[in-house]
Design a binder for this molecule. Structure first.
Ligand SMILES: *Cc1c(COP(=O)(O)O)cnc(C)c1O
Length: 401
């Protein structure tokens, strides 16, 4: 089959911030006969991937795996824990936070949306103040996107937890880690998160099609009394059968083969090494952007995303025209600006299966594109990134074959 964006030779560079490039090892793992999902072999697979996901979420509690896009796991988090008319507090960090908010409204929840400028993370102080002004505990949940994929801004989840605790408020804390899990340090238990939402196709290095909830004991208790209608997304049916490695309906068996392989890759590299690798590639990318004389969308250095960088276009220049030039000439896809950032920014994904030379090639494609598209910039971004990478590089571990 011809790929959609095909050049005569070489690989397409999929440098959008998800879906990300799927490693050959994962593709090969998926390419096996589908087995009986009620047979003994499947039970072992199910137990292995559920245990592995607990390690990635850093939780001793329950993890649920759905055959769905990340959006399904958003819905699961809400419908399992909340009742019609419940108040939830959400932070407007960008496009994905806005989509989650719209979903909550459609489900019949009352959303208070804390305004944001799409250049900052959720504001823990503002969340704390709002909760302190809710002595009747009408707010049932606080929902935050950890890594806002539309902007390249990371919210400080532990600080949000602290603000909730300082206000002495019992609201559940729900966090979207769809583009951070497996790329950024994340600790479901230690950070006191009640429901963590994630997906397969970004830091987890899989194709789209799996999503996850990690669930605290408090969230499970909320599920006992929550009255939003749910059937497909019901945690209880999953949890009744998951301990034996099985699912209440047909799981995405082949994606689970891929998940087992991706987990093995993450654990072999070591999660801390994976996080450090993403930090380093984020820093190298930002050095390139600054050398070009372009502006990073994320306003505060302590909130820079290690997974992607959103770059602002100079006034009067089109991000989409630049992206088209890069695709047409260099066979690379960059992320587009979403909703109100449309045509104003482009996004460089540097997450997932990624190394120094992948980054150098990616940044070369951007720099050549800037030149070809006539975008005002200074040359030397790739050089700045290479200098930093060379200065900070370490010997690669032996490649698994
Ligand atoms: C990609 C993404 C989503 C949406 O996930 P889908 O798999 O497209 O449903 C939600 N939130 C964040 C932060 C994302 O990056």
């Amino acid at each position: 089959m011809q790929p959609l964006y095909s050049h005569p030779s070489g690989r397409h560079f999929l440098q959008i911030p998800g879906p990300t490039n799927v490693p050959d090892r994962v593709l090969r793992a998926i390419d096996h006969a589908t087995i009986d999902h009620r047979g003994p072999e499947f039970g072992e697979l199910g137990k292995t991937v559920l245990a592995g996901m607990k390690k990635v979420f850093k939780t001793d509690g329950d993890v649920i795996i759905y055959p769905s896009s990340g959006t399904g796991a958003w819905e699961a988090a809400l419908v399992n824990t909340l009742s019609p008319g419940d108040k939830v507090l959400m932070a407007e960090t960008g496009h994905f936070a806005t989509l989650w908010k719209k979903m909550a409204e459609r489900l019949g929840l009352q959303v208070e949306f804390q305004d944001g400028d799409w250049r900052h993370g959720a504001d823990p102080e503002q969340i704390g103040r709002r909760l302190a002004a809710d002595p009747g505990h009408e707010i049932k949940a606080v929902c935050v996107v950890h890594n806002e994929t539309a902007t390249g801004v990371v919210s400080n989840v532990p600080a949000v937890r602290k603000a909730i605790d300082a206000a002495g408020h019992p609201a559940l804390l729900m966090v979207d880690t769809i583009s951070s899990l497996g790329s950024l340090d994340y600790r479901h238990d230690e950070w006191g998160v009640d429901v963590t939402v994630s997906g397969s196709q970004k830091g987890m290095m899989l194709p789209p099609g799996l999503s996850f909830n990690a669930v605290s004991a408090k969230a499970l208790k909320a599920a006992d009394t929550a009255r939003l209608p749910r059937s497909y997304w019901d945690w209880k049916e999953m949890l009744a059968i998951n301990p034996r490695g099985y699912f209440p309906y047909t799981p995405a068996t082949n994606l689970l083969y891929g998940l087992r392989e991706a987990l093995d890759m993450l654990f072999t590299e070591g999660l801390d090494n994976v996080f450090a690798r993403h930090q380093r590639h984020g820093e190298a990318t930002r050095r390139a952007v600054r050398a070009w004389g372009l502006e990073i969308l994320c306003a505060r250095p302590e909130e820079y995303s290690p997974a992607l960088t959103a770059v602002m276009m100079p006034d009067g220049h089109s991000a989409d025209a630049l992206r088209k030039t890069v695709l047409d000439h260099f066979n690379m896809s960059l992320g587009q600006g979403l909703s109100k950032l449309s045509d104003r920014v482009f996004r460089i994904g540097h997450l997932g299966d990624f190394n120094d030379l992948t980054l150098c090639a990616t940044l070369s494609g951007v720099e050549m594109g800037l030149k070809k598209a006539g975008v005002p910039h200074r040359a030397g971004g790739v050089q700045a990134a290479m200098d930093y990478l060379a200065e900070t590089s370490r010997p690669c571990p032996a490649q698994a074959t």
